[in-house]
Design a protein around this ligand. Structure first.
Ligand SMILES: CC(C)(COP(=O)(O)OP(=O)(O)OC[C@H]1O[C@@H](n2cnc3c(N)ncnc32)[C@H](O)[C@@H]1OP(=O)(O)O)[C@@H](O)C(=O)NCCC(=O)NCCS
Length: 208
């Protein structure tokens, strides 16, 4: 793997990959083979039916998407975790973020610019979002789940900690980041945040 911050496949803009998490058992077993021992143990701790398998697929997808740019195999992607939980790969220009909800995951991959991504399954109760809205957000009349995803994506791009309060992220007055809504499969609601002024992205789909 290059050790000088180089990445092998240059990205023209941010890529957002959709990943279907419901996969058959033999495939899940193969994808599990791409994970570290710690990751396998984490999947095993997810006891609710299907949760462990879906988490395995999302983490394997992340490894597959990153390895192509790092010049290594998925098992060797040196995933690290920042202070507040945001995964990263040290010593490269690669930036990425992941979100999963229901049976879908999205992975945003970028070069040099911090990214955050969030998705929510359709029909999720969004009533609690109401009290976190700024005056501008309230006036926009935009869908509550969409507003929530924008806030979460922005917060996840920054990668902060538990001091994060959704009302502090007024998505009608974004500073230092650009936001974009994502047109996702199956009615899922999603948003992307990219450091800088431009959230142009390519929406892709990863199939195994
Ligand atoms: C961290 C947090 C944003 C995750 O959001 P969520 O809607 O529950 O779950 P999502 O599926 O969208 O995202 C989870 C993924 O985000 C990534 N992630 C975890 N912590 C993160 C952080 N602080 N910043 C950015 N990304 C983070 C991880 O990849 C994680 O998935 P994985 O553990 O399977 O790899 C959420 O737990 C949260 O809001 N925590 C409290 C406040 C907070 O710490 N916010 C962080 C942003 S400032």
């Amino acid at each position: 793997m290059p050790t000088d911050g180089r990445i092998l496949l240059h990205l023209r803009n941010v890529e957002v990959w959709q990943v279907e998490l419901e996969q058959d058992e033999p495939l899940v077993a193969r994808l599990r083979g791409l994970l570290s021992a710690d990751e396998c143990a984490r999947a095993d701790r997810l006891k609710r039916p299907g949760h462990g398998a879906r988490w395995i697929v999302s983490r394997a997808a992340l490894r597959i998407l990153l390895c192509a740019r790092l010049g290594c195999v998925p098992e060797e992607v040196p995933l690290d975790v920042a202070e507040h939980g945001k995964p990263f790969v040290a010593g490269t220009r690669l930036r990425f973020n992941l979100s999963h909800s229901g049976t879908l995951a999205v992975v945003a991959v970028a070069e040099d610019l911090a990214v955050g991504v969030d998705l929510e399954r359709p029909g999720r109760n969004a009533a609690a979002v109401e009290r976190t809205l700024s005056a501008g957000e309230r006036a926009s009349g935009d869908d509550l789940l969409q507003l929530w995803c924008r806030k979460e994506a922005w917060a996840k791009a920054i990668g902060g900690g538990l001091g994060w309060a959704p009302e502090a992220f007024d998505t009608t007055r974004v500073d230092g980041y650009a936001l974009a809504d994502l047109a996702l499969a199956g009615g899922y609601v999603g948003a992307l945040a990219v450091e800088g002024q431009d959230a142009a992205h390519t929406l892709c789909r990863l199939t195994f």
